[in-house]
Design a protein around this ligand. Sequence first.
Ligand code: PMP
Length: 412
Amino acid sequence: MTAQRSPQTGNNLDPWYHHYAERAAGLRASEVRALFAVASRPEVVSLAGGMPFVAALPPDLVVSAMDRVMRQQGPVALQYGSGQGVPVLREQILEVMALEGIRAHADDVVVTTGSQHALELVSKLFLDPGDVVLSEGPSYVTAMVIFKSYQAEVDHVPMDEQGIIPEALRQHIKRLKNAGRTIKFLYTIPNFHNPAGVTLSWARRLEVLEIARTNDILVLEDNPYGLLYFDQPAPEAMRSVEEDGVVYLGTFSKTLAPGFRVGWALAPHAIREKLVLANEAAVLSPSSFSQLVISEYLATADWKGQINTFRGVYHERKNALLDALDEYLPDLTWTNPNGGFYVWVTLPEGLDSKAMLPRAVKELVAYTPGTAFFADGDGRRNMRLSFCYPTPENIRLGVRRLATVLRDELDL
Ligand code: PMP
């Protein structure tokens, strides 16, 4: 039987509107999400999403790891596991993190359902309504959705070519403290930032850590792209210098494949214990099957070689994007990332990337408007272009189409 909701308790679109918890108010489809539907049509060149190019991973590598896991430890792979994650995998994760200068103990690693879920768990542990999360401006859109769902406010600290600006961070902290606000953590993406494409310099890493330490602010270091560098590795992780004040997040989504949904948090002991409890409460245990397949893959395949393959693919695509921008849109400015998936573009005065998007989609090219990456509506003159998924040829085609749209807008 379909229940009739009374008009006093619902609204026209959603009869349960007035019943949701307050935290659900922030859960609206992001601009990126709404875009995916349109941009996934085959005729559209999408420079919008952040999907890794998983076709560069030979399927046989995964099939053979799966096969061995099922033959050798099938009942374990199909069973619930530990809420902290498979111990062997946690040891192997230490080897992955060692590539970025991190020394740690496997006891302090908590495997999560992608690093997205680690963001959710950390937020659940720390955020009360009205708390403030500091983050770069712009910042990763789906992290902000989580922070807002815990009714925290995101305060954007400006960044430049070298990442978040320490002096601005100091000022923001001072202003917030003077206003009596509670700052719970600094959420930062130091390497090949999503969406800005820039990398926090080593000197600034140390300075930011020092500011966080003196102000008693936890640092949440989100590092999905660090190993996907082009010319030179990024500076070592912030967690490599500071153990007690940093929760570090990693993932296999970009160095292997996001379909496994396996990421991790490396946290100081006390936080780690709470993270395990929160993980158990949320999912009982992360997927045993995925973890064991990844563990087998790491033990038997040339995983570092595979990361090099990914780096090569993305480097070529970044070059294709920047060359095309140089050729077709020389009036714009953009960042030149040394890794990762994203270029952050600044449009000439007077243009609005959000308003322009429907026109672009009509011209069969999609991008993500800058406004998606700010909690406060900023970013109209920016757009994020992703070079991870389309082929170099399609990237060129996409930029050519974008140039047509921009020329029309500017009436050139
Ligand atoms: N953090 C950042 C900055 C990201 O770009 C992403 C994926 N787009 C994630 C976290 C989540 O990744 P996953 O859950 O697949 O590990």
